[in-house]
Design a protein around this ligand. Sequence first.
Ligand code: FAD
Length: 538
Amino acid sequence: MGRQQQLQQLKDGSIFDLIVIGGGATGCGVALDATTRGLKVALIEKNDFSEGTSSRSTKLVHGGVRYLEMAVKKLDRVQYNLVKDGLRERGILLKNAPHLSNRLALITPLYRWIDVPYVFSGLKLYDILAGKRNMGRSRLLSRKEALRRFPGLKADGLKAGVLYYDGQFHDARMALSLALTAEQHGATIVNHVAVTGLIKEGGKIAGAELTDSLSGESWQLRAKGVINAAGPFVDQVRLMDNPAAPKILSASTGIHIVLDKRFAPPDTGLMIPETEDGRVLFVLPWENYALVGTTDEPAEITEHPQPLESEIDYLLRHVNSYFNLQVERSDVKAVWSGLRPLVSDPKASDTAKLARDHVLEESADGLLTIAGGKWTTYRKMALDTVNYALKLFNFSAAISTCQTESLPIIGSTDFDEKGDLELRKDYGFDADVAAYLNRTYGDQAARVGELAAEGYEARLVENHPVLEAEVLYAMRHELAERVIDVLARRMSLALLDTEAARKAVPRVLELMTRELGWDQQRGEEETLLVEQRLTEAL
Ligand code: FAD
């Protein structure tokens, strides 16, 4: 269903069961869970789906080897359970969205013999905790084998490596696909509409005020319950409910840089277990490039955090100390920053205690806030939130058990790992294009193929598999409303290679102008906005 029809459903006076604020991992997950339990749901996102933290993650589906280390060192049951939950959810995500996720081999390089038994036994424990959902047995690699698998690795002083497996996924398309799957099950989903206030009746929340940021129009939407899943912005929404509400959230930024594929072989990532400030750092293969991240710096809460040169230097310094290839600032193809929400649990006994898990908070007037957690556990967070909402808002007719454990995400039902062969045969695509379309759209890839066959088969930029047909598909079937929605989230071009994205802008603008009937002023606004995002912060 198109945006206008979705908006119409929000304006026709009907009362929804739930309004979910925020179209990131958390909000899209909650919307899907609630819809599949029979509730009438409106998912409201003020920018684009996953335009917040959810498109700027490291893209790992993992239990977190570092959390496991802390669990063991400090005999911490909460950390231990987080790892277990993460590993269980990892298996479920890979099963329900196989086209958007894959198993990834990771090497931990070891430069001191003393670290070998420690790291190896830790990763063995990781295997054991994953149980039947384990993705492959961890094993020790000789120095020679580690260098063979990851040729860029610095050989000097290398003693051995440990190989282990985790999951990798396409975060931006995953959030979008959760929203689209919710829509298939009956939810109304809109992007570029902000919740600008909350409506109360008899002292209880009874809906929200909405503003369409594309048209400027505002109106009220009634609902029996409102869920605040606004990520780093949960406190802003809590203030709409209670202007005296104390903050529960602070934030730190994490940046990623993208380098060319010389820095990561196509099938293996690198996990550097301890950086100069005691953190974990990843160098991962991602869409034919190498993704390096991340950092951790206290930050202001802003929609598009700007990466700092000092953060970029930090990552380059680590790459240089672990690689036999010299890397320079000019090698960085793209850089972007995401906000890590750090939530303090209002119920915790010692004040300002940072929650290591997600936190659910119910306000006096009935606003339900869900905050914290990580991408990998979005489904478990959604399950807990909807279970809570059923009682809080008295939805006795809804299905009480969660339906999402084996719910296919859009694109996965008839996904075939070898579907690229058919795409090549049916549409004459080059091998790289067919493989890319198959893993990006899953069983929907042929629909993009059909559009390509209508004369939109050209690549948007040389040496990239992205097609003009995808721009049409994004507008017609994936609610893309702005040029940057297409370039940064329907496809990952802007996050992979800023210059390539810049080259694609004129043609994307032309296609969108024609399809959506934009006037000159709108075209100019789009050009300005996309340039600003590509130059300053995605
Ligand atoms: P967001 O994605 O920020 O979504 C909140 C949304 O709410 C935004 O889109 C925003 O526009 C919208 N919103 C706000 N206010 C309003 C309003 N008034 N009206 C309407 N909409 C509103 N997790 C992993 O599992 N694996 C990883 O590899 C990983 N890597 C990470 C790396 C970094 C650097 C960071 C920062 C985090 C990482 N995480 C990872 C964690 C994960 O990305 C986050 O936990 C997750 O994306 C948070 O999703 P969210 O929906 O809560 O927030």
